[in-house]
Design a protein around this ligand. Sequence first.
Ligand SMILES: Nc1ncnc2c1ncn2[C@@H]1O[C@H](COP(=O)(O)OP(=O)(O)OP(=O)(O)O)[C@@H](O)[C@H]1O
Length: 355
Amino acid sequence: MLYDLELISVGKTYPDGTVAVSDFDLRVEKGEFVAFLGPSGCGKSTTLRMIAGFEEITNGEILMMSHNVTHVPPEKRPTSMIFQNYALFPHMTVRENVAFGLDVKGTPRAERDRKVERILDMFDLTAFADRKADRLSGGQRQRIALARGLVVEPEILLLDEPLGALDANLRRIIQNELKLLQRELGITFIFVTHAQSEALGLSDRVVVMSNGVVEQISPPRELYRRPATPFVAGFIGSNTLIEGAPLGAAAAGFGRLDTPVGVIEGVGRGDERLAVIPAEAFRLVPQGTPGELHLPGTVVGRHLVGAVGHLTVRLADGSDVAVETSSHRPEVRALAPGMPVTLGVDPASVTLVHA
Ligand SMILES: Nc1ncnc2c1ncn2[C@@H]1O[C@H](COP(=O)(O)OP(=O)(O)OP(=O)(O)O)[C@@H](O)[C@H]1O
């Protein structure tokens, strides 16, 4: 298999001793859209800068199209980077800003001009081409930054929170444009963000990071369905985490856990200590329905938002769980704080993880 990008056990320790990233392993196929997602300071930008070559790595290797680029300078890598503040030169015109990357690469003048005009046209920037970059709106600047990143025809486009400076409306519009553009060009995108919806909505795979460590690399849906670590379970979606003692394997692919609220079965091996239950996996069931885990509790909160009913249910051990259900169902509408309920959970929607 030929990969556009391979990070092999990549690590970064800053000179002051800060370990920003450790043992980062990732393989990215041509044309994939991969997002790095995690809280502030988890090492996303450091990793992106190491891929770009702006930051030296302290461990491991970086390969691009099977070539080792670990010690190759940024301008010689098949990458191009777009920064959060766009890093445009305010005193240069739009055309000069876009041409900049080609000038750095020493592209012959005629070829440079041809490529610049073509990309200006593609991004509807021709009308502004002679305007100074500081005389443009946020959305226009964003497009210039994209044009400037793409004009050098990179194999891999690196984007560091590129939509962070835009208001919510424009952000949504440009998200759509970005996704369409990426599909059309077939270029590999590596995108850094701390906005969950952006990472989950745009990318083919998400790398969830915390404290310089990769927690999980999965398609967005899989992060919801099968979180691999307690961090991911707490960070993505709305999950209830219940600790217990492992009881070993149950049916093939399932394990069991002895918890303060009863025995919980879920997808796993049976040696895990934590059950992760998504809020939408709980169902309200009549008392005594056979063949399922039943958690008796009391409604302590009910909040209907459109089609979704958000319930907070206090279990027998005093812990509160978040439940999402359809707000249209009469039995949900009839609920009020203080009323007893029984929650049913299908083991297939429970994931067992190591604590
Ligand atoms: N030049 C530096 N010297 C020392 N430590 C640094 C340096 N740059 C970053 N760090 C530290 O490395 C860690 C990772 O930083 P990084 O900027 O990669 O995180 P991030 O996930 O991109 O955060 P944010 O979302 O806030 O940009 C942090 O603890 C940060 O303080």
